[in-house]
Design a protein around this ligand. Structure first.
Ligand SMILES: Nc1ncnc2c1ncn2[C@@H]1O[C@H](COP(=O)(O)OP(=O)(O)OP(=O)(O)O)[C@@H](O)[C@H]1O
Length: 258
């Protein structure tokens, strides 16, 4: 995957380029307002950059030099948002079937494999409103997979969940990697998610790539001091960082390891 994008959004300028592995997880890591959503929109084909290129393997999805722009619905990209966005009037099975109706090309990812890897077989007849947040995200991931994507985009898929559900969904995302060998672009501002899932990490700030490499290089194990902002979030070197399990009063000095 190759992504190059220049986009002006009001006063904000996105100007970045990165490459991710063909079958592994590329983590787009940065604080709020860094330009993560603006980048995803370019990759997904929801926005045209002023200048830029998006390549998935040999497929050119966007290239402003030649004017090529494959519309979002023809990109074969599965999108999973922070909130699952399941259809509330359809049960889990019918939400998943919707993914199948959107499938194009060869069917490589089968129904049984998705249901098994995400452990959602016992939920098929339930309504989305009777699912936990973690279960909802698993179904949303299943629906995206059944559309037979060539790239799965996960936009902060666990940031709305509590620590226990977050760990649960992260474990499933890790299992997908092993089972389907599908490239994924995973957006997060949480260090531990980047370290756990990333094969390649692209750090961005103010619309620019500040570093890219392996999680071990970029996010080495260390202990740092910061200030609790609220439950689960600390301010470290001026950046808000998600810290699972952090429960200190706002303003308290905390020592965090990752
Ligand atoms: N249509 C727009 N017009 C003007 N500014 C915009 C527009 N869209 C986004 N921005 C600005 O661009 C910057 C990057 O936004 P973006 O949503 O990509 O950040 P992000 O990294 O996804 O943040 P978060 O983690 O909070 O979602 C922000 O400062 C935002 O206010």
């Amino acid at each position: 995957m190759i992504v190059e994008a220049v986009r002006q959004l009001g006063a904000f300028r996105l100007d970045l380029a990165f490459e991710g592995p063909a079958d592994g997880v590329t983590v787009l890591f940065g604080p709020s307002g860094a330009g993560k959503s603006a980048t995803l929109a370019v990759v997904a084909g929801l926005a045209r950059p002023e200048r830029g290129r998006v390549m998935l393997g040999e497929r050119v999805l966007t290239d402003t030099a030649t004017g090529r722009f494959v519309p979002a619905e023809r990109r074969r990209i599965g999108l999973v948002h922070q909130d699952a966005r399941l259809f509330p009037h359809l049960n889990v099975e019918r939400n998943l079937r919707y993914g199948l109706t959107r499938a194009r090309g060869e069917r490589r990812i089968g129904w049984d494999a998705v249901v098994e890897v995400l452990a959602i077989g016992h939920l098929l007849l339930r309504s989305p409103r009777d699912l936990s947040g973690g279960e909802r995200q698993r179904v949303a991931i299943g629906r995206a997979l059944l559309s037979q994507p060539e790239l799965l985009l996960l936009d902060e898929p666990v940031s709305a969940l509590d620590a226990a559900r977050r760990a649960e969904v992260l474990a499933f995302v890790g299992a997908l990697k092993a089972r389907f060998g599908l490239p994924m672009l995973y957006v997060t501002h949480a260090v531990e998610e980047a370290r756990l899932l990333g094969d390649h990490v692209v750090m961005i700030a103010d619309g620019l790539v500040t570093a890219q490499g392996s999680p071990a290089e970029l996010l080495p194990e260390r202990a740092v001091t910061g200030r609790a902002m609220r439950e689960g979030v600390a301010l470290i070197d001026g950046v808000e960082v998600a810290v699972p399990g952090l429960a200190a009063p706002e303003g308290a000095v905390v020592r965090v390891s990752w």
